[in-house]
Design a protein. Sequence first.
Length: 184
Amino acid sequence: MSGLRLAGLPIVVVTLAVSACAGLPEAPAGAELPGDGADAFLVLDRYDRLSNQSIDEQKREFAAAQAAYEAKANDTNRLRLALALSLPQAPWRDDARVIALTAEWTVDSHPSLRREVAQLLYRLTIDRQRQIKEEQRRAEASQQAEQKRTDALLHDEHKKVDDLQQKLDALREIDRTTLKPPRK
């Protein structure tokens, strides 16, 4: 169940970020949003469209985002790559790398939409990691409890087998002594 909740986290990021973009001043048709807001909005818009596309299209975007970041490691390309790495159900999903890409923004005090989106993505990814570890811990604890229960049942069965074997041996001994012809 929580796996389903985790898969929707990037959708929450996009929804919150797009709603945050609603507070930006309305730009006339053909005009660009000023700097940071435009970059963040474009990256989020691309991510929103990409989350509904095929895995092949997502793979192409991931490759393009990675190439863009390697060519020019600016904030926009870093955010674009972090979002591509956080796509739900993607085989290249890499939470550790998302955290590494967005961690710098957690200490940055310069207010910007890009920073807010990155911080949200960072917190959601950290929370997802924590939930995964908690689920693993619970699964291990459950597995250990099941192993202990199985060991106890196995021990009980061995004890029953030993008891039955002793009873069988006792019956055989009785049978041997009663069936032997008397000695003269």
